[in-house]
Design a protein around this ligand. Sequence first.
Ligand code: HEC
Length: 176
Amino acid sequence: MNAASAESRTKPYTGYVYAGLVLAVGCWFYLHVTSARDLPMAAYEREVAAQNAHDSILARRSVPVDEAALTALALDPRAVAAGREAFRANCVPCHGAEGEGAPVGPNLTDEYWLHGGGAERVYRSVNDGFIVRGMPAWGPTLGARRIQTLTAYLLTIRNRRVAGGRSPQGTRESGP
Ligand code: HEC
């Protein structure tokens, strides 16, 4: 066996070795130098931060809601109009254009409530949602002020029994 034939036998492997080296250096550069992707520890820290933010949202939910203030807001036409606008923008697909209910969400214009029709209960339903039952938590997305005006609007449409509304669900809370 001469030197030339030995070299030609090793050649196919050296290609892989170089390719492996290039790949290793490339990965090292990509992860450690460019920081294009999180390293495992940074990814873990990001997850923890996201979880903490979520927990603080949950903690904020337990802030007491003022029943009297919400009831007064329902008498303020500007607040009610703002609430109607927010309702039109966010709630119609599941609760119908007038809150009369749709295949997904219950009728909000009758006197029957799954989670309570009092000002504070309505505020909490909208703010916290019932995620496993298909009702999103709107507090984190819309903010406290919009949840208040939405509640004010809902207080003006309850017990109205909009025509063609979805059949009642839950407990009767008022009416003849
Ligand atoms: C993706 C569909 C969906 C959207 C959008 C939605 N809801 Fe709901 N909502 C539901 C469902 C489903 C329920 C019933 C939850 C249950 O069965 O416990 C519900 C329940 C409620 C209740 C409680 C009703 C009761 O009988 O106690 C209120 C109040 C309410 N939604 C208000 C709103 C408002 C205000 C918006 C817009 C900001 C909104 N929802 C948007 C699906 C939705």
